[in-house]
Design a protein around this ligand. Structure first.
Ligand SMILES: Nc1ncnc2c1ncn2[C@@H]1O[C@H](COP(=O)(O)OP(=O)(O)OP(=O)(O)O)[C@@H](O)[C@H]1O
Length: 570
């Protein structure tokens, strides 16, 4: 996991994009120099000319050339910064998605899809917006510095007074902008709640359609209150922002009066005062844009902090190594315990309460599965079967105890390789439309068409270019499609979590009597969670999970389980 300390946006850009950023700064410096050159040219050529008819055509030509140069350098500097910004956003987005793929399932479960989607959409969007506005800020700052140098050369005392005026203006505007930042943090937190509401409204659409009271409650109590507090907070944030912009705008305007008053007082020539005023008017727009761009950068910082607070896995470009133990003989669990982590309300991280053993969902589980075994796991609801399935497949890491393949311990180093031994169909499986073969290769077409028939899907689904023609099927048929995908993967071990529960009685029989032997004939080790007591005879081994403890049933107990499963589970 990445550390909890957050990195500033500026530091991140500087650390990873130093050279292109320096190039951008250089272009901006050239741009500022051309701008200052134009002001100087206007001052010396136009303002110092007593009457306009003394102007030569040549000086107008120079002026036009300078303006063209300004157009080109402005375009180039903004283009370079925009490209850099979008490169940064591209890398951030692609890394974030890879980090989500690499992050452990419990952490993703804990974050929930609403928070992740909020980051992938709204946070990335905020950072993109900041980069779109960043040229204005960088140009505003560099231009101000360049212009200050020129004005200082014209009159140092006048520059100091005007600088004092502008610094005071910006300082007060910064105080206002700080309030913007506070509200932006608040807004981002409310955004997470809004995304949760969207998720409930979309995923709970059937339940809401059937119960208008629930729909109204969700809409009025949750969604409206979040939408309202978003509205109130965004108004406060925008008000501070507007105040900052207006304050800067008016104070810049007022500074023209200050220039003339001070010039009068200090006997500074009118030409110099006029150039100062002209320059301030010229600088007003870039400075205001820079002040306006600042909050978007702050929003981006809030977004970046939020992304970092997700505690995703560190970024790594590659997917995994290829050290899968192909000739394994046994998988063992030794004294395995598992406890779901609670959420630490202060840090918002998952934390396991080590002091409460009563929370153990799995208690000292010992099991050895040998290659080729057909193992059935039975047990009451909530006894820990699915939790055990996630431990066996390496999706969860045991809180205590260990998992071994033959003699090798599974740890954080080899966990990803270990997981590649398995195909699994969990009760909330996600159905991908693309079929993938052994080790990511193209699937075996003969195997697929054979299993399409076996799963009785040949009239419903076709496979073209390794893609399923449809996934708009009944729940039982979708489970069969998931089986097709698993068979295509040609993994050593297939784990099925109550797969048969969605099948009709006729196909359930086909599954236990025909498909299980077929899968076994393919060389697979099968780990099947089942409640179908009339088919327990098809297991090589029958395991019972009782309140987190795993028991292997002997012949007599198996007989009893098959005839009176209810008594056995109690
Ligand atoms: N995401 C979770 N967070 C916290 N506790 C959980 C979570 N999932 C399950 N549990 C706890 O673990 C216990 C066992 O859950 P599990 O899903 O392993 O049961 P199961 O035997 O597969 O049940 P079922 O037959 O209903 O599928 C549950 O009773 C619950 O207390």
């Amino acid at each position: 996991m990445s550390s909890r300390t957050t990195t500033s946006l500026y530091h991140m850009i500087w650390a990873h994009y130093r050279l292109p950023f320096l190039k951008v700064i250089l272009l901006n410096l050239v741009n500022a120099a051309v701008s200052v050159g134009i002001i100087a040219y206007i001052n010396h050529t136009f303002i110092s000319q007593p009457v306009f008819d003394t102007l030569s055509l040549l000086s107008l030509g120079y002026f036009a050339a300078l303006i063209t140069l300004l157009l080109i350098t402005t375009f180039l500097s903004q283009y370079a910064l925009t490209r850099l910004g979008h490169q940064f956003v591209y890398e951030l987005r692609t890394k974030l998605v890879k980090q989500i793929i690499d992050t452990k399932v419990p952490q993703i479960d804990h974050l929930g899809s609403a928070r992740l989607i909020a980051s992938l959409s709204s946070d990335i969007q905020s950072i993109t917006t900041a980069f779109v506005r960043m040229p204005e800020l960088v140009q505003g700052v560099i231009l101000s510095a360049g212009v200050a140098l020129y004005l200082g050369w014209l009159s140092l005392p006048l520059l100091f007074i005007i600088m004092f005026w502008i610094v005071m203006t910006i300082w007060i505007s910064t105080i206002l902008v700080k309030h913007v930042y506070t509200h932006l943090i608040e807004l981002r937190a409310i955004n997470d709640f809004l995304y949760q509401d969207y998720q409930s409204i979309i995923e709970g659409r059937k339940e809401l359609a059937l119960n208008q009271y629930r729909a109204e409650k969700l809409y009025s109590d949750d969604f409206l209150s979040h939408a309202k507090s978003y509205q109130q907070t965004v108004i406060k944030s925008d008000t501070f922002h507007l105040s900052a912009v207006n304050w800067s705008n008016i104070m810049m305007f007022a500074s023209i009066g200050v220039v003339f008053a001070v010039s009068n007082y200090l006997n500074i020539p009118m030409g110099v005062a006029t150039t100062f005023s002209l320059t301030i008017l010229f600088m007003q727009s870039p400075i205001l844009h820079a002040v306006g761009a600042y909050p978007t950068l702050q929003t981006a910082q809030v977004a970046l902090d939020k992304i970092q607070s997700l505690e995703l896995a560190d970024y790594q470009a590659e997917f995994m190594t290829d050290h899968v133990a192909k000739d394994w003989q046994s998988i063992s669990l030794t004294d395995v315990g598992y406890r779901y982590g609670g959420i630490n309300t202060q840090t918002q991280e998952i934390a396991v309460d080590a002091n409460n053993p009563a929370d153990d969902i799995l208690k000292s589980v010992n099991l050895t599965v040998r290659r080729g075994d057909v193992v059935f796991l039975i047990g009451a609801n909530g006894s820990g079967k699915s939790t055990l399935a996630k431990i066996i497949t390496g999706i969860f890491t045991p809180t205590t105890g260990s998992v071994q393949v033959d003699q090798d311990n599974i740890d954080s180093e080899n966990n990803a390789d270990y997981r590649q031994l398995f195909s699994a169909i969990f009760s909330d499986q996600h159905l991908f439309k693309q079929l993938i073969g052994n080790q990511g290769n193209q699937p075996d077409e003969a195997l697929i068409s054979d299993w399409l028939q076996k799963l009785n899907l040949q009239d419903k689904v076709s496979v073209s270019d390794h893609q399923l023609s449809t996934d708009k099927l009944s729940q039982g048929q979708r489970k069969r499609l998931a089986m097709l995908l698993s068979v295509a993967e040609q993994k050593d071990i297939l784990l099925l979590d109550e797969w048969a529960a969605d099948q009709d009685p006729a196909f359930r029989r086909v599954f236990y009597q025909t498909l299980i032997p077929e899968l076994k004939a393919l060389g697979k080790t099968l780990f099947i969670i089942s409640h179908d007591d009339s088919y327990f005879e098809h297991a090589d081994r029958l395991l019972l999970m009782k309140e987190g403890r795993l028991i292997e049933l002997n012949a007599e107990e198996r007989q009893r389980a098959s005839t009176d499963a209810i008594a056995m589970l109690q």
